[in-house]
Design a protein around this ligand. Structure first.
Ligand code: AMP
Ligand code: ZN
Length: 114
């Protein structure tokens, strides 16, 4: 289902261009338009959910597919060290309200995060 006002639904539907790195029946992965690391890929469910908690509550297998895609992509891209990140809620930095997981790599990362 395409939410008409959702940017990421439009990317899944091919209505907005994106640099897609992996796509199957369940998930789409594409390069972030404002990369925060040399590799910065967003992995999203093709179906619209508000956030990753909603994905997990509605479809645990789909949540697993998103994490599997992150691991698979990290291997395919040769990332030995990488960070996966999920911002949930505007106060935590979520700016697009279609569930997504950030896969970042190619540099070192500090802890704790900012
Ligand atoms: P978040 O802030 O966690 O909701 O992440 C949303 C991400 O989407 C940000 O890192 C943005 O840079 C990214 N973004 C926004 N618009 C696009 C777009 N058209 N194509 C690819 N990434 C985008
Ligand atoms: Zn959407």
């Amino acid at each position: 289902m395409v939410e008409m006002d959702c940017l990421f639904c439009k990317i899944v539907a091919g209505q907005i261009p994106a640099s897609i790195v992996k796509k199957n029946d369940l998930i789409t992965a594409f390069n972030d338009i404002t990369p925060q690391a040399p590799t910065h890929v967003l992995i999203i469910p093709n179906k619209h959910y508000l956030n990753m908690a909603e994905v997990a509550n509605s479809d645990l297998k789909l949540a697993g597919e998103i994490f599997k895609a992150a691991g698979d992509l990290a291997s395919e891209l040769g990332l030995e060290n990488y960070r996966t990140n999920i911002n949930t809620g505007a106060g935590a930095g979520q700016s697009v309200f279609h569930a997504h997981l950030h896969l970042l790599g190619g540099r070192s990362f500090a802890w704790p995060p900012g």
